[in-house]
Design a protein around this ligand. Structure first.
Ligand SMILES: *Cc1c(COP(=O)(O)O)cnc(C)c1O
Length: 459
């Protein structure tokens, strides 16, 4: 039984039993509530040590202050917060230019909750464009498919299932973890709404072979008359490629690339809750997906999946773009990549690991244990370094490379050289320990029941 809160002494307030299944009856003091929340948080990972995530965990005090000032602004209230909206549309134009969109076109794009929402919007635009074209030609528009690689992020699988698009996923194979033009002819046809290629994939940090896919689709069009657009999932690469590889054509410089998404909250350096989708030009974002709302006498287009959401991320992204500029992002990405290279070298030099990503673009270190190591695996290494607080991802690769296990470290800008060395040493020491004592971790079963981990604490 819960003790009625009004019977609690101020001292007991801090120690009352938090109900697990019923709504709390009456309140406690602000201090007690805060104390309970804080102590509940204690055993959560320190986000700074979470090296399995791409999401930004650092903000300068001025950025944090910008977030705090804007925390109560509802993004969708453009009439109340026209300047927040102006920042967003200005940044969409900046990104269109950064990603080499054509000049002289009407630019269209939007801020989203993350790349997931951005990918869904782009996918919908391509689905609508494809269907209308089919209908205009008097052809069947009921069986859309989307082609992408087995290295695709989960959002695309969600998009295809939620919006009834047939998945055509080109499997990986051991040693090749990216989408190339090889075998594409078995996957694309007149019902393909788009080919999604990734810039900075989650498993190895590599880019799909964007140029080769593009050229293959050009030749396919010549051969068949079927023109298939490309979408670039630049969730991570969208904020790395422009700064580190200015001559590399992964973006709107390739004419077939019609839309690009990126996560502001990954290498865009904004706290969680911000993505971007930018279209080559306004008409790619199908007009039927746009709703018009009257604001301040003008008509504003709105076309996001979400309505209300926090607006502070937009203000912080604006702060970051102004604060760093192109030069600043370039500097930050370069030091981050250098630290990834340092860590990767340390792991390879130890003799325990081989690298998985021959081409290094975003600062991700993806390694697999050397085949001579038999008595422990990547999951053991991940568990062992967890003792020091580090969180590293260990996983089996997607089909048909599922025999390959991987250990992945996402190097983010807050990791300096010293910390990269410390982490490298901790990983190598974990291997030395495991080599002596053996490991016991089993890779988790596919589709394992997630509820084991999330069941409430029982006393
Ligand atoms: C992270 C990621 C996503 C999903 O983006 P969110 O910002 O987490 O919603 C999609 N695609 C790729 C390649 C990603 O890395």
């Amino acid at each position: 039984m819960q003790t009625p809160v009004e019977k609690l002494t101020p001292y007991d307030e801090f120690n009352f039993e938090v109900p697990e299944h019923e709504f709390p009856k009456s309140g406690v003091s602000a201090r007690a509530a805060a104390a309970i929340v804080i102590s509940d948080e204690w055993t959560d990972t320190n986000p700074m040590l979470n090296m399995s995530s791409f999401v930004t965990t650092f903000a300068e005090p001025e950025a944090a202050e910008t977030a705090r000032r804007n925390i109560f602004k509802n993004y969708i209230d453009h009439d109340m917060y026209p300047q927040l909206f102006a920042m967003e549309t200005r940044m969409v134009r900046w990104l269109h230019q950064l990603w080499h969109g054509p000049k002289g076109v009407e630019v269209y794009g939007t801020a989203t909750v993350g790349s997931s929402e951005a990918c869904m919007l782009a996918g919908l635009a391509h689905k609508w464009n494809w269907r209308q074209k089919r209908e205009r030609e008097g052809k069947d528009g009921s069986r859309p498919n989307l082609v992408t690689g087995g290295n695709v992020q989960i959002v695309w699988k969600k998009f295809m299932r939620y919006f009834d698009v047939e998945p055509r996923i080109v499997p990986l194979k051991p040693g090749n973890y990216r989408l190339t033009a090889e075998h594409l002819e078995r996957y694309v046809d007149e019902n393909t709404i788009a080919v999604v290629a990734i810039a900075g994939q989650t498993f190895t940090g590599e880019d799909d072979d964007i140029q080769e896919i593009h050229d293959w689709l050009d030749a396919y069009e010549k051969r068949t008359g079927i023109s298939i657009p490309m979408h670039i999932d630049g969730a991570s690469g969208g904020f790395v490629n422009p700064f580190l590889y200015p001559d590399y054509k992964w973006d709107f410089r390739l004419p077939r690339v019609q839309s690009i998404n990126a996560s502001g909250h990954k290498y865009g350096l904004t706290p969680p809750g911000l993505g971007w989708v930018v279209f080559r030009e306004r008409k790619i974002f199908n007009e039927d997906l746009v709703f018009y709302v009257n604001y301040l006498g003008g008509e504003m287009p709105t076309a996001t999946l979400n309505f209300s959401r926090n607006g502070f991320q937009i203000a912080v992204q604006y702060y970051q773009f102004l604060r760093l500029g192109f030069d600043g992002y370039k500097r930050v990405m370069q030091h981050t990549l250098n630290n990834a290279i340092t860590l990767r070298k340390k792991l390879v030099d130890s003799g325990y690991f081989t690298i998985m990503n021959e081409t290094q673009r975003i600062p991700v270190v993806a390694v697999t244990l050397d085949s001579k190591i038999k008595n422990f695996n990547e999951f053991d290494v991940s568990n062992k370094v967890r003792e020091k607080g580090w969180v590293l991802s260990a996983y089996s690769m997607p089909p048909a490379a599922e025999k390959v296990m991987s250990l992945r470290v996402v190097v983010r800008p807050h990791i300096n050289h010293n910390v990269a060395c410390l982490l490298g040493n901790d990983i190598v020491s974990a291997c030395q320990y495991l080599e002596k004592h053996g490991g016991s971790a089993k890779p988790p079963e596919l589709h394992a029941h997630a509820d084991e981990k999330t069941s409430p604490a029982k006393c």
